[in-house]
Design a protein around this ligand. Structure first.
Ligand code: ADP
Ligand code: ADP
Length: 213
C-alpha cells in the first residue's frame, strides 16, 4: 500500500505554476531525491506531500497513513533547512519536543530523545543550545527531531544546503544509517552528489517532475 499517491497534482501561486500535473507514488522503504534548481518546485511538492499546503489541482491521498489529516503528524516528519531549532531549548529538549506534543511522558521523551541524539553522533552536545552548535551539528539535531517519533515518511527540504560537502556527506551517512527499513525518505536537493546517495532520483524542472532512467 502506498504511503502517498498523487495524480496530476498541481499548485499555482497566482499566475505562477509552481507544480504542473505531477503523478507519483511513494512506498515504504523508498528513498527519493528531488533534484532541481532553485525555484523548480521542490519545496512546493514537499509541502503538498506532507499536507502543509493544499493543491490547486489534481488528487492527493495517503492510503497507508489513514486519510484523516489529524492522523498524519505522528507519521510524517519534516526536516527543514538550518535555523529551524527552537533557540531557548537545548539540543535534547528540541528533539524531545515532538514526543511531548504527541503526549509522551517526560521521562520517556527524554530517553528517546537521548537515543536519537546518540544515533546521530550528538550525545556530547545534548545539553547545548542551538547557537552553540556547529552548522553540521545543528542540522543533525533537526534530523534527530524528525526521526524521534519513528515517522513512516520523512520529508527533507535541502537539509545539506548550507553545509560544506564533507559535512553534508556525514549528515547523509548518519541519516541513511538511522532510517528504518520501512521508513520512506523524500529529500529535496540541488546537489547531485547528495542526490546520488538515495535509491531513486526524480528530477524537477520548471514545475515538471520527471523520473531519471
Ligand atoms: P524550490 O524548492 O525548487 O526552490 P519552490 O517550490 O520554492 O522551488 O518554488 C517554485 C516556484 O513557486 C518559484 O517560482 C517560486 O517563486 C514560486 N513560489 C513558491 N512559493 C510561493 C508563494 N508562497 N507565493 C508565490 N510564489 C511562490
Ligand atoms: P561542522 O558543521 O562544523 O563541520 P560537524 O560536527 O558536522 O561540524 O563535523 C565536523 C567535521 O567532522 C565534518 O567534516 C564531518 O564530516 C566530520 N565528522 C564528524 N563526525 C564524524 C563521524 N562520526 N564520522 C565521520 N566524519 C565525521
Amino acid at each position: 500500500v502506498a504511503l502517498v499517491m498523487a495524480q496530476n497534482l498541481s499548485r499555482e501561486y497566482g499566475n505562477v505554476a509552481a507544480l504542473k500535473r505531477a503523478s507519483l507514488r511513494i512506498f515504504p522503504g523508498d528513498s527519493i531525491a528531488l533534484l532541481g534548481l532553485s525555484g523548480s518546485g521542490k519545496s512546493t511538492l514537499l509541502h503538498l506531500l506532507g499536507g502543509l499546503d493544499q493543491p490547486t489541482g489534481g488528487e492527493l491521498s495517503w492510503p497507508a497513513l489513514g486519510d484523516s489529516a489529524d492522523l498524519r503528524p505522528s507519521k510524517v516528519a519534516f526536516v527543514f533547512q538550518a535555523q529551524s531549532l527552537m533557540p531557548p531549548l537545548t539540543a535534547l529538549e528540541n528533539v524531545a519536543l515532538p514526543l511531548l506534543l504527541l503526549g509522551a511522558a517526560p521521562d520517556d521523551a527524554r530517553q528517546r530523545a537521548a537515543d536519537a541524539l546518540e544515533t546521530l553522533d550528538l550525545l556530547s552536545v545534548a545539553q547545548q543550545l542551538p547557537e552553540e552548535l556547529s552548522g553540521g551539528q545543528a542540522q543533525r539535531v533537526a534530523v534527530a527531531r524528525a526521526l524521534v517519533t519513528n515517522p513512516q515518511l520523512i520529508l527533507a527540504d535541502e537539509p545539506t544546503g548550507q553545509l560544506d560537502s564533507q559535512t553534508a556527506q556525514h549528515l547523509m551517512d548518519v541519516l541513511l544509517a538511522a532510517l528504518g527499513p520501512d521508513t520512506a525518505l523524500v529529500m529535496a536537493t540541488h546537489d547531485e552528489t547528495v542526490a546520488r546517495r538515495l535509491k531513486t532520483v526524480w528530477r524537477m524542472k520548471d514545475g515538471i517532475l520527471e523520473e531519471l532512467p
